[in-house]
Design a binder for this molecule. Structure first.
Ligand code: 5GP
Ligand code: ZN
Length: 145
Protein backbone atom coordinates (compact mmCIF):
# COMPACT_ATOMS: atom_id res chain seq x y z
CA UNK A 1 0.00 0.00 0.00
CA UNK A 2 1.18 3.52 -0.78
CA UNK A 3 1.94 5.76 2.24
CA UNK A 4 0.03 8.64 0.70
CA UNK A 5 -3.60 9.22 -0.23
CA UNK A 6 -4.82 7.60 -3.47
CA UNK A 7 -8.24 7.27 -5.08
CA UNK A 8 -8.99 3.92 -6.76
CA UNK A 9 -11.29 5.64 -9.28
CA UNK A 10 -8.78 8.34 -10.29
CA UNK A 11 -7.17 8.04 -13.71
CA UNK A 12 -4.03 9.93 -12.63
CA UNK A 13 -3.58 7.68 -9.56
CA UNK A 14 -3.76 4.73 -11.98
CA UNK A 15 -1.10 6.34 -14.21
CA UNK A 16 1.09 7.02 -11.13
CA UNK A 17 0.83 3.37 -10.03
CA UNK A 18 1.41 2.06 -13.58
CA UNK A 19 -2.04 0.43 -13.68
CA UNK A 20 -2.87 2.25 -16.91
CA UNK A 21 -0.33 3.15 -19.58
CA UNK A 22 0.98 6.62 -20.30
CA UNK A 23 4.01 8.06 -22.10
CA UNK A 24 5.95 8.61 -18.87
CA UNK A 25 8.92 10.98 -18.96
CA UNK A 26 10.11 10.15 -15.46
CA UNK A 27 9.35 10.15 -11.78
CA UNK A 28 10.81 11.25 -8.46
CA UNK A 29 9.86 10.01 -5.01
CA UNK A 30 6.99 12.53 -5.06
CA UNK A 31 5.93 13.24 -8.67
CA UNK A 32 5.35 11.66 -12.07
CA UNK A 33 5.75 13.52 -15.39
CA UNK A 34 3.99 12.17 -18.50
CA UNK A 35 2.65 13.33 -21.84
CA UNK A 36 -0.91 14.68 -22.04
CA UNK A 37 -2.81 12.20 -24.24
CA UNK A 38 -4.99 14.99 -25.75
CA UNK A 39 -2.33 17.67 -26.08
CA UNK A 40 -2.73 21.32 -26.97
CA UNK A 41 0.75 21.32 -28.54
CA UNK A 42 3.67 18.98 -29.22
CA UNK A 43 5.39 18.22 -25.92
CA UNK A 44 2.36 19.08 -23.75
CA UNK A 45 3.32 17.52 -20.41
CA UNK A 46 1.52 16.92 -17.13
CA UNK A 47 3.27 16.74 -13.77
CA UNK A 48 1.31 15.19 -10.91
CA UNK A 49 2.07 14.48 -7.28
CA UNK A 50 1.88 10.73 -6.54
CA UNK A 51 -0.39 11.67 -3.65
CA UNK A 52 -4.02 12.26 -4.58
CA UNK A 53 -5.30 15.75 -3.78
CA UNK A 54 -8.08 17.21 -5.95
CA UNK A 55 -6.49 20.60 -6.63
CA UNK A 56 -3.97 23.24 -5.55
CA UNK A 57 -6.16 24.51 -2.73
CA UNK A 58 -6.11 21.11 -1.06
CA UNK A 59 -2.40 20.38 -1.51
CA UNK A 60 -0.47 20.30 1.80
CA UNK A 61 2.38 22.85 1.78
CA UNK A 62 5.09 20.19 2.21
CA UNK A 63 3.75 18.36 -0.87
CA UNK A 64 3.99 21.59 -2.87
CA UNK A 65 7.59 21.99 -1.80
CA UNK A 66 8.52 18.66 -3.37
CA UNK A 67 6.39 19.47 -6.44
CA UNK A 68 7.50 22.78 -7.91
CA UNK A 69 11.24 22.05 -8.25
CA UNK A 70 10.51 18.93 -10.34
CA UNK A 71 8.09 21.04 -12.44
CA UNK A 72 10.98 23.41 -13.14
CA UNK A 73 13.27 20.44 -13.99
CA UNK A 74 10.74 19.16 -16.55
CA UNK A 75 10.13 22.64 -18.01
CA UNK A 76 13.88 23.09 -18.52
CA UNK A 77 14.18 19.61 -20.05
CA UNK A 78 11.36 20.43 -22.50
CA UNK A 79 13.10 23.69 -23.43
CA UNK A 80 16.36 21.90 -24.20
CA UNK A 81 14.80 18.85 -25.88
CA UNK A 82 12.31 20.45 -28.28
CA UNK A 83 13.26 24.14 -28.18
CA UNK A 84 9.86 25.86 -28.18
CA UNK A 85 9.69 29.66 -28.46
CA UNK A 86 7.88 29.83 -25.12
CA UNK A 87 6.28 27.60 -22.50
CA UNK A 88 2.92 28.14 -20.78
CA UNK A 89 2.22 26.65 -17.36
CA UNK A 90 -1.52 26.17 -16.71
CA UNK A 91 -3.29 24.77 -13.74
CA UNK A 92 -7.08 24.59 -13.29
CA UNK A 93 -8.97 24.41 -10.00
CA UNK A 94 -12.62 23.32 -10.16
CA UNK A 95 -15.00 22.42 -12.96
CA UNK A 96 -15.92 26.03 -13.62
CA UNK A 97 -12.24 26.79 -14.22
CA UNK A 98 -11.97 23.99 -16.79
CA UNK A 99 -10.63 21.20 -14.57
CA UNK A 100 -11.69 17.74 -15.80
CA UNK A 101 -9.37 15.42 -13.83
CA UNK A 102 -9.64 16.04 -10.10
CA UNK A 103 -6.11 15.04 -9.13
CA UNK A 104 -3.89 18.12 -8.84
CA UNK A 105 -1.70 18.56 -11.92
CA UNK A 106 0.43 21.14 -13.66
CA UNK A 107 0.21 21.53 -17.44
CA UNK A 108 3.47 22.43 -19.20
CA UNK A 109 2.62 23.57 -22.73
CA UNK A 110 5.33 24.41 -25.26
CA UNK A 111 4.40 27.15 -27.72
CA UNK A 112 5.85 28.18 -31.09
CA UNK A 113 5.59 31.61 -32.64
CA UNK A 114 2.64 31.88 -35.01
CA UNK A 115 1.21 28.48 -34.11
CA UNK A 116 -2.53 28.33 -33.41
CA UNK A 117 -3.49 27.52 -29.88
CA UNK A 118 -5.42 24.21 -29.55
CA UNK A 119 -7.56 23.43 -26.52
CA UNK A 120 -6.35 20.66 -24.27
CA UNK A 121 -8.33 17.47 -23.72
CA UNK A 122 -9.82 17.34 -27.27
CA UNK A 123 -7.82 15.43 -29.91
CA UNK A 124 -5.98 12.25 -28.98
CA UNK A 125 -2.31 12.15 -29.98
CA UNK A 126 -0.57 9.18 -31.60
CA UNK A 127 0.82 7.10 -28.67
CA UNK A 128 4.05 6.41 -30.59
CA UNK A 129 4.64 10.14 -31.10
CA UNK A 130 4.02 10.74 -27.40
CA UNK A 131 6.56 8.05 -26.49
CA UNK A 132 9.12 9.58 -28.85
CA UNK A 133 8.79 13.08 -27.39
CA UNK A 134 8.81 11.64 -23.83
CA UNK A 135 12.10 9.89 -24.66
CA UNK A 136 13.59 13.13 -26.02
CA UNK A 137 12.57 15.05 -22.88
CA UNK A 138 13.76 12.24 -20.56
CA UNK A 139 17.22 12.43 -22.15
CA UNK A 140 17.53 16.01 -20.83
CA UNK A 141 16.32 15.15 -17.33
CA UNK A 142 18.74 13.86 -14.69
CA UNK A 143 16.11 11.85 -12.80
CA UNK A 144 16.51 8.15 -12.05
CA UNK A 145 13.84 6.96 -14.51
P1 5GP B 1 -7.60 19.54 -16.71
O1 5GP B 1 -8.59 20.22 -17.61
O2 5GP B 1 -8.25 18.70 -15.64
O3 5GP B 1 -6.60 20.50 -16.17
O4 5GP B 1 -6.78 18.60 -17.66
C1 5GP B 1 -6.74 17.21 -17.62
C2 5GP B 1 -5.81 16.80 -18.72
O5 5GP B 1 -5.62 15.40 -18.64
C3 5GP B 1 -6.34 17.08 -20.14
O6 5GP B 1 -5.44 17.94 -20.82
C4 5GP B 1 -6.44 15.72 -20.78
O7 5GP B 1 -6.05 15.75 -22.13
C5 5GP B 1 -5.53 14.87 -19.94
N1 5GP B 1 -5.93 13.49 -19.85
C6 5GP B 1 -7.17 13.02 -19.59
N2 5GP B 1 -7.18 11.68 -19.56
C7 5GP B 1 -5.90 11.29 -19.79
C8 5GP B 1 -5.28 10.00 -19.87
O8 5GP B 1 -5.90 8.96 -19.73
N3 5GP B 1 -3.95 9.98 -20.12
C9 5GP B 1 -3.22 11.14 -20.29
N4 5GP B 1 -1.92 10.99 -20.54
N5 5GP B 1 -3.77 12.36 -20.23
C10 5GP B 1 -5.10 12.43 -19.98
ZN1 ZN C 1 -5.61 10.62 -8.05
Amino acid sequence: MAEYPTDPNCIFCKIASGDIPAAVIGETEHVVAFMDAFPSSRGHTLVIPKAHYPNLLEMPKEELQSFMAPVQDVTRAIQTAIQPDGIVLNQFNGKAAGQTVFHYHQHIVPRWQGQDRRSHGKDQADPEELKAVATAIRAELDWER
